[in-house]
Write a protein that binds this ligand. Structure first.
Ligand SMILES: [Zn+2]
Length: 437
């Protein structure tokens, strides 16, 4: 695909007529396709014209989704082949495979090495670490089998290079620090396996700190081990991800980190009051820190919409089995049975979801609070993400269309779609290298 890389010199072009654009002008294909500074808000385009412009911009910029949960779905659906295409919405199709990633013009994704949490015991840690290594193995296998179409990326430069080669970039992120156990050396061990961000907690408190969605606090923020892990990540050049953590944990990280941090999949609390979302003070702190917040496309964090009573009742009937699953108390066969019951409910009483436009309202808010340089996209596909108008990775161009329709410029869109995240990642690496020397 036509690419824009940091190393690529801007082609000579005539100075734009009219007011100069704010910030650096986009280089390469974007500016060729679109006059600098022009936005849809200043024109009255036909839908076809607008979609064509969106398509050109979408193809030209590096597009990165910072959170896709394919491996956990693979763990319960071993027959799934991520190298082949699956129809949007078909049973068992999930929301991500290489073919739909190509169709959706998504250049790169952070694949989430997410492990469910059991007891904070050596046995539990060990099982989670084994599953995490297995998930990394699956991802490496996919990259090896389809090496003409995809590669593992360890740095932003890798992603820009793969884009130039017309290939997808797969980064590895780890969601939940649980598999690290209590051994600080595990951070480096997983770094060596390619993990480039770590989401400190998932939905329950763990050995590293408090989660935003547990029913109590164990640490009043980061644990002493969690603080050591943040410092070790800074030293190695691994991004610290504060999605899911308790506000106290967030503020501990902000005080401690020497590098910019990320929220790999989080939305705005001002628009949807959930502890999983970030309030405006947290957003401002991330701006101050130089980091980035990646908009999460998960309905419950975007907008409250009423579900049918039939659906509520059917789901409530499974709540005990679900709790047992989260505790790790179900056998493999029982998990399969539970998932098939969930699929039956989805088919009979489909979930009413917020729209893509509702999600972009969150992005607008974050831009208003933080500016354009600190936002991005983390879909949470295969982990609960997906809205009306954006059901899987093949529909990523819908985001670009919505951004254009709201007046974002091509350079804004480049930043949102990955430019900001890659800038932060480069800074995290640079700070680690300075510390080392
Ligand atoms: Zn998550």
């Amino acid at each position: 695909m036509a690419a824009q890389t940091p190393a690529e010199p801007a082609p000579a072009r005539p100075a734009p007529a009219g007011p100069a654009p704010v910030g650096p002008a986009p280089a390469g294909p974007v500016s060729a396709a679109w006059p600098a500074g022009e936005t849809l808000a200043q024109t009255t385009p036909s839908p076809a014209w607008a979609n064509e412009r969106a398509e050109i911009i979408h193809r030209a910029v590096l597009t990165i989704d910072s959170h896709i949960d394919w491996p956990i779905r693979q763990s319960v659906n071993p027959g799934f082949d991520p190298a082949v295409g699956h129809a949007t919405g078909a049973p068992g199709s999930g929301q991500w495979d290489l073919v739909r990633m190509e169709a959706g013009g998504l250049d790169g994704a952070f694949i989430s090495i997410f492990t469910p949490q059991r007891g904070l015991t050596d046995e539990g840690y060990g099982q989670a670490a084994a599953l995490a290594h297995q998930m990394i193995d699956w991802t490496e296998q996919l990259a090896a089998e389809a090496d003409n179409r995809v590669g593992i990326a360890l740095t932003p430069a890798d992603a820009y290079r793969l884009e130039q080669e017309g290939k997808r970039a797969i980064f590895l992120g780890m969601e939940n620090g649980y598999p690290l156990g209590t051994d600080i050396g595990a951070v480096q061990a997983f770094y060596r396996r390619g993990i480039r961000y770590l989401t400190l907690t998932h939905s329950k408190n763990n050995q590293l700190g408090d989660s935003s969605t547990d029913d109590h606090q164990d640490w009043q923020g980061l644990s002493p081990l969690g603080a050591a892990v943040v410092q070790e990540m800074n030293r190695l050049g691994m991004m610290v991800d504060i999605s899911h953590v308790h506000d106290d944990t967030f503020w501990d990280v902000i005080r401690l980190t020497k590098a910019p941090i990320i929220a790999s999949h989080s939305s705005a609390r001002a628009l949807r009051d959930s502890p999983r979302n970030m309030d405006d003070n947290m957003l401002r702190a991330i701006k101050e820190n130089g980091g980035v917040v990646q908009l999460c496309l998960l309905g419950d964090y975007i907008k409250q919409v009423d579900q049918t009573p039939e659906r509520e009742a059917a789901l409530a009937a499974l709540s005990e089995e679900q709790a047992a699953w989260l505790r790790g108390d179900l056998s493999e066969a029982e998990v399969m049975e539970l998932l098939s019951q969930y699929r039956a409910i989805e088919a009979e009483y489909p979930k009413v979801k917020p729209t893509l436009a509702d999600a972009i309202d969150h992005l607008d808010h974050m831009v208003a609070v933080m500016g354009i340089d600190h936002v991005g996209i983390g879909s949470d596909f295969d982990g609960g993400g997906g809205l009306m108008g954006i059901e899987d990775v093949s529909q990523m161009p819908n985001i670009t269309q919505e951004l254009l329709a709201r007046g974002y410029t091509p350079d804004d869109i480049r930043k949102i779609w990955g430019g900001n995240l890659m800038r932060v990642f480069d800074q995290v690496i640079a700070i680690a290298e300075q510390t080392e020397s």
